[in-house]
Design a protein around this ligand. Sequence first.
Ligand code: XIL
Length: 370
Amino acid sequence: MKVSRVAAAGALAATVAVTLGLSASASALPTTAAAAAHHPAQNPLDRSLRDLAARAGLRIGTAVDANALATDATYARHVGDDFNMVTAENAMKWESIEPQRGVYTWEQADALVDFARTHGQLVRGHTLIWHNQNPAWLTNGTFTTEELRAILKNHIFTVLRHFKGRISAWDVANEVIDDSGQLRNTFWLQRLGPGYIADAFRWAHQADPRTVLFINDYNVEGINAKSTAYYNLVRDLRRQRVPIHGFGIQGHLDVQYGFPGDVQANIQRFARLGMKTALTEVDVRITLPVDATEGTSQAFAYSSLLTACLLERSCISYTVWGFTDKYSWVPGVFTGQGAANLLDENFAPKPAYTAVQQTLALAGAIGPRG
Ligand code: XIL
């Protein structure tokens, strides 16, 4: 057992280097057709990500843009073909799902959950408590503390009961700690006090005891002040028997800042607290225009996050935040940046896509995880 695990680690780490070599010298890459002619059943580049992930024993997901799913057939085909898990990019956020008090708009979220059922996919719910994308009636309302607590509890119960049995994991709390490691100074904290986090997890667990409840954030890939603050928070909550089950690492990276080398160690310490983990929103943005080195760095980042996840049994899924640059949130938010996804605007695979395929293929060849 020990030997094979060590071998697996070495082999997976090596695939990153292999991937880099391949993507750096595109001319050395056999064409898909030529490679397939030699090894028809073995060329990983001919397999979908979900097929490769299933062999490796990992869920691979994507955020889904509800409008694109409804209107762009090529987009929808890729969602179904390449992924075995989906997250609503916006459709389950508070402003989308309860835009007026007590008025729920389920259509887009239901359409995604139905799509997932038809395509044999699991669904990650995103998200119950966040400081962004809340409706004005909620953030501007003049509620007493008790009223606001009741509103939050009611929202959580209504949403979880609506989707009961159809959503396997929920991001209950999103981005509740800031980069310095303090509880983020949101209107939830100001109005309800720090106990709101434990309350939300307890309510979610009562509403749907079978779904895996996550706390989720960015800039927590490696070991740093923010991820350590999460570690301490999660440890304290679990000591108090709060039903918190998963640590979600968003994985919004930027090639100009390099790649943290201690992602696996970070995942490991949460696993030792008894937590599941997941990569929940992976994308790797680049300052435009993209040059070949950046394309290679991007492939390395996608593949390295995936490797860290594959090597840790606690890591149950790897989700990308969109898979095509055609619908990416990045250019609208990060000025001058983009090209963050696995496929370009025309759905053509980039080196990062090939890197993810090869990393999954190697993990699958070693054998499915426990
Ligand atoms: C983003 C969506 O991708 C955009 O379409 C939306 O305009 C803003 O939110 N962290 C999260 C996600 O948890 O919900 C965010 O999604 C990206 C950052």
